[in-house]
Design a protein around this ligand. Structure first.
Ligand code: SF4
Ligand code: SF4
Length: 385
């Protein structure tokens, strides 16, 4: 029984059930994909029966549809409307509350509830990279977000390699998938073929190895290992989209005044959906609320979007008043200035912003258009820029 973290093993569907039971038995809240409201969402699950066996998705710009799958696979679907930031960096967090006492004093209580102990089942390689990016942003600098840090330190990550990319996926061109990178406790690759429905599993941490040791398993056979490897390689060949194969940071820097920003601004509703679904967007704002008596007050932190006019509001008004400037801010941050700030791209190629944009704006299409416009400039750079 190989559980030293270096040798893969094979588990069946009963092993997946045992994995959920083991993680729950260790006091963890297991969050995984499940079908709800016509989508594959991330929610608390208590057994393997709640996984989306036999369900896939059809994705296009501005379009998301569930579909049946004949092979009964559990993880053959790409990114849904949520990402794991919903749990690590929740949309709303109460920071403190204040109560006026009968003698008129104000007692302020910070919210220091113990962070939940999550186990995330089904973390895609792109989303594993997104978590690493949020780690860098929220815990890797001079200031640490204690709410994120508490949740993150207690989280157990079960990655699932991608064998079924969507039409809006472009992880290959971002170097984030479909094979999983580091940072997982366990990594699964799902294989369904004539030899059965099974999962190749490897451990990436001590706790991962210890959980794996409790599951019904057998040593990995060559046929399963080869099938798993081939499915991930085939997924890389079936990516729906790709970014232009250029230095995106330079592209963003050299196209700040491109005419294409007017084109996309004419389509963009500045609704902010792309920022809400993006697994790396991290901006927040705070609001203070009181009850009608004025004796109770609370401070809440909530997700904020750079598409919101208030986001850049100064005493003289918003800094980015036009849709052009707001879309450009978002895209150039993701693909360009994120490198300056955090040392990596802010985009992992999950495609969510393409799918959930109500008008189907596609960040890869915009990058290609900017690249074409840059290439079409006269050599002296005096043309449209
Ligand atoms: S790009 Fe799409 S999702 Fe993003 S703000 Fe504009 S309309 Fe909304
Ligand atoms: S910018 Fe779009 S494709 Fe890139 S990580 Fe965010 S949601 Fe995914």
């Amino acid at each position: 029984m190989a559980t030293d973290g270096s040798s893969p093993v094979v588990i069946g569907k009963d092993g997946l059930d045992a994995l959920i039971a083991t993680l729950t038995g260790r006091g963890r809240t297991v969050i995984g994909p499940t079908v709800r409201d016509g989508a594959i969402v991330l929610a608390e699950i208590s057994g393997g029966g709640e996984l989306p066996y036999g369900r896939g998705v059809e994705l296009e710009a501005g379009t998301y549809r569930l579909r049946e799958r004949q092979d009964g696979a559990a993880f053959a679907h790409s990114a849904g409307p949520q990402s794991w930031k919903t749990f690590l960096h929740p949309p709303r967090v109460r920071e403190w509350s204040a109560e006026r006492t009968p003698d008129g004093d104000l007692v302020v209580t910070e919210d220091d509830t113990v962070a939940p102990s999550y186990a995330f089942l089904g973390v895609r390689p792109c989303d594993l990279r997104a978590i690493a990016i949020q780690d860098r942003v929220l815990t890797g600098g001079r200031y640490t977000d204690p709410s994120y840090q508490g949740r993150r330190e207690r989280a157990f990550l079960v990655a699932v390699e991608c064998t079924e990319p969507g039409a809006t996926c472009f992880c290959v061109s971002m170097g984030t998938g479909p094979a999983t990178g580091p940072g997982y406790d366990l990594a699964l690759t799902e294989v369904v073929d004539a030899d059965g429905h099974r999962f190749l599993v490897r451990a990436g941490s001590e706790e991962g190895a210890s959980v794996l040791a409790e599951l019904p398993q057998r040593a990995a056979d060559p046929a399963t290992a080869t099938a798993a490897r081939e499915r991930v390689a085939q997924a890389a060949d079936r990516m729906g989209r790709s970014m232009p194969l250029v230095d995106l940071q330079t592209l963003m820097r050299e196209t700040l005044t491109a005419e294409r920003w007017d084109d996309v601004a004419a389509r963009c509703l500045t609704c902010g959906n792309c920022t809400m679904v993006c697994p790396t967007c991290f901006c927040t704002s705070t609001e203070d609320v009181t009850d009608l008596t004025g004796d109770h007050a609370e401070r809440w932190r909530h997700w904020e979007s750079c598409f919101d006019l208030d986001f850049s509001h100064l005493p003289t008004g918003p800094v980015r008043e036009s849709p052009r400037s707001r879309y450009r801010q978002w895209a150039t941050h993701k693909l360009g200035t994120w490198f300056d700030q955090f040392g990596s791209s802010g985009c992992v190629g999950c495609g969510r912003c393409i799918v959930w944009c109500p008008v189907g704006i596609d960040i890869t299409e915009e990058a290609h258009a900017l690249d074409r416009e840059r290439a079409a400039r006269p050599p002296d750079g005096t043309g449209p820029s």
